[in-house]
Write a protein that binds this ligand. Structure first.
Ligand code: ATP
Length: 642
């Protein structure tokens, strides 16, 4: 996804206040650092007494009667003061005569022995050495011994908080801000996304443009008594341009735009999400008129339900409740509009969707043929194109592709051209890019045995033959047995763009999907594991026909589809065991009937099947014109039905 986001504005940073807020905390740091510096420098510059051994003290100092005073500290050490008149001469030249003591420090071992040593020296002497006893506490080391574990714990806590902040490591933010939203405020600036960058989506653009208009000139609407909508929800499949639209609003509106993803609200700590929601709305209100954009809102907006209480989602519910409260909390014309985007509108809580919160819901669909062409036009603009580029063919060959897929194809085509050392991007590069996006990277180096290759060739030829001769199957474009991504071969179709499917169309699609397995069965009399993807597709489609679309006579016009998405979380089925059994039986019957039909079709067209398989083994890729050589012109639906 192309990142075109403008740079964050300073106003988007969380405000720090209070005793722990960014600036408030600095004087405490200064005080602690100042105190430590003073202590360190004091003890560094203070002249230190010289360490000597007990025997040295006895023989060189005590015996010479040079001691004026002794201070015994904590019964462990003795600080020795030399007589002033002896300093600066003899053994004491290193001391100045004015230097106050202690001059030496001695480790005394046992106090009794030390005392008796002093007494013995003083026997018969008139002059007595002054001996004092002191108890001292080393505050610094005591404080450190006490504080260190606390400091370590606090440091660790800061580190964890910092890691858990949305936006990850550090970032220079105050760790106490983890309850605040990390929403960034964007402002209009050059280079930002505008509505011009969004192709197609004309109706959607009109709606969203109105939001920009409300904010720019709200008086125009309020004058007539109209209430400005509070929320606009963008719902649509991935890559259809929801985020792009929101960015364009930011680019066009010229008002502060606070952007945050739904998942950023949720942390493992209880209450953090709710506090972030509060903070986000507070910030937005302070800078009203403004826009809040919540991407992937389903991360917090999922419907609250009974079944969901099995999960540990209380925190998410709290967050959602706070969001609901905040959206109620500001007046209709407060100047804050909430934009939100989701892929799964159906699972959102109904309270969120009611008018007064998200008044407007805009559905974005996958682009139509015309829209795809327009999106191609936007994304080929920066490319150096060859003369053969035909946007009509490109857009026709990409049904079901989202805007993001198309952007990806354009970029991929340019990369392929660059890799091949070409000066321009050609149509062939675009085709290769499309194949790559659909089926993954070509893996020509993958080693496949001849027998496996033969099975793959017949498997793909089976798909192709069946879909060629079935009236409702998609049009075939090409067949390949070059391994790509995880698959060993593939058949490329051009699906029709349609919204409604008949039962017959579904049945033909089932047969086309079963064509690979049926071909293996018909040709080799043995089936392989290669049909996994096909069978998955077939099973899903068959269950949908029977249980969702009401296309089965035995089950009747009943649908167990749950548009709220709650049944996904529920352990209970919305039907009885007997119905479950009936559904299973009907699905099995449907698939088996389709399989039989597929097999008989392949037996009927065995010559074509063999010819295509042989061609595939020879050329690896067979294009539409070669397919026509083998199968003849594809019969029209009418001809096939006759
Ligand atoms: P998701 O739901 O996965 O977040 P989304 O709907 O938010 O997807 P975007 O991020 O808006 O999708 O789109 C992805 C990219 O697809 C865009 O950056 C853009 O390049 C391209 N794109 C999608 N729709 C359009 C469009 N209508 N016109 C031009 N480019 C588009």
């Amino acid at each position: 996804m192309a990142k075109q986001s403008p740079q964050p504005d300073q106003s988007g940073q969380p405000n720090s206040s209070g005793p722990f807020g960014g600036k408030g905390i600095s004087w405490i740091y200064f005080l602690i650092i100042g105190f430590l510096l003073f202590e360190i420098s004091y003890s560094f510059f203070k002249s230190k007494p010289k360490d000597i051994s007990l025997s040295q003290f006895r023989q060189e100092i005590l015996a010479n009667h040079d001691v004026e005073k002794i201070v015994v500290v904590n019964k462990e050490t003795a600080e020795v003061f030399i007589k002033k008149n002896k300093l600066g001469q003899g053994n004491y030249t290193e001391f100045k005569s004015s230097q106050p003591g202690p001059h030496y420090v001695v480790s005394i071992g046992s106090l009794e022995k030390f005392e008796s040593m002093i007494d013995a020296t003083q026997e018969g002497e008139s002059e007595h050495i002054e001996v004092r006893y002191e108890k001292r506490t080393d505050w610094m080391s005591n404080i450190f011994a006490w504080l260190l574990p606390f400091l370590l714990i606090i440091g660790l806590w800061f580190f964890i908080m910092n890691r858990m902040r949305p936006g990850g490591m550090g970032g220079g933010n105050n760790p106490f801000d983890f309850g605040k939203s990390s929403a960034q405020a964007f402002k209009k600036q050059t280079g930002s996304v505008t509505f011009e960058d969004i192709a197609g989506l004309e109706e959607v653009k009109v709606e969203v443009r109105e939001v920009v208009d409300f904010l720019k000139d709200s008086e125009k609407y309020t004058k007539l008594g109209a209430k400005i909508p509070k929320g606009v929800l963008l719902v649509g499949p991935p890559g259809t341009g929801k985020t792009l639209l929101a960015k364009a609003v930011a680019g066009e509106a010229g008002v502060p735009f606070f952007s945050m993803s739904g998942s950023e609200f949720v942390e493992m700590f209880v209450g953090v999400g709710a506090s972030r929601v509060r903070d986000l709305f507070k910030k937005a209100k302070q800078s009203a008129p403004s826009i809040i954009f919540i991407d992937e809102i389903d991360a917090i907006g999922r419907s609250r339900g009974r079944a969901a209480s099995f999960q540990t989602n209380d925190e998410r519910e709290n967050t959602l409740n706070q969001l609901l409260t905040e959206m109620d909390g500001f007046g209709a014309n407060a100047g804050v509009i909430v934009l939100a985007a989701t892929n799964r509108g159906e699972i959102l809580d109904r309270a969120l969707l009611r008018p007064g919160r998200f008044d407007r819901q805009i559905y974005l669909e996958l682009p139509t043929l015309g829209e795809r062409k327009a999106i191609f036009r936007v994304h080929i603009k920066p490319l150096k194109l060859g003369k053969d580029i035909d946007l009509d063919t490109l857009s026709a060959q990409t049904p079901g592709f989202s805007g993001a897929d198309i952007a990806n194809i354009c970029n991929e085509a340019a990369l392929i051209a660059a890799r091949q050392g070409k000066k321009t991007v050609t149509m062939k590069n675009f085709f290769d890019a499309t194949d790559r996006v659909i089926a993954g990277l070509e893996k020509k180096s993958k080693i496949i045995s001849d027998s496996e290759k033969k099975i793959v060739a017949y498997h793909e030829a089976g798909h192709a033959t069946v879909s060629w001769f079935l009236p409702n199957a998609d049009r075939l474009l090409k067949v390949s047995i070059v391994p790509r991504g995880k698959s060993l071969g593939a058949a490329w179709y051009l699906p029709q763009e349609q919204m409604l499917y008949t039962k017959a169309q579904f049945q033909d699609r089932l047969c086309a999907a079963l064509g690979g397995r049926a071909s293996e069965d018909v040709v080799f009399g043995e089936i392989t594991s290669g049909a996994l993807d096909d069978l998955e597709k077939v099973t899903k489609q068959a269950y949908m026909m029977v249980a969702y679309y009401g296309l089965n006579e035995k089950i009747g016009n009943i649908s167990f589809y749950d548009s709220t998405g709650r049944s996904e979380q529920s352990l209970l089925k919305p039907y009885s065991d007997a119905t479950a059994q009936k559904i299973d039986d009907e699905v099995s019957k449907l698939v088996e009937a389709s399989y039989k039909r597929t097999k008989s079709l392949l037996i009927k067209h065995r010559t074509e099947l063999d010819a295509l398989a042989a061609r595939l083994l020879e050329k690896e890729v067979v294009l539409k014109k070669d397919l026509e050589k083998i199968f003849g012109q594809r019969p029209t639906i009418k001809e096939m039905e006759e």
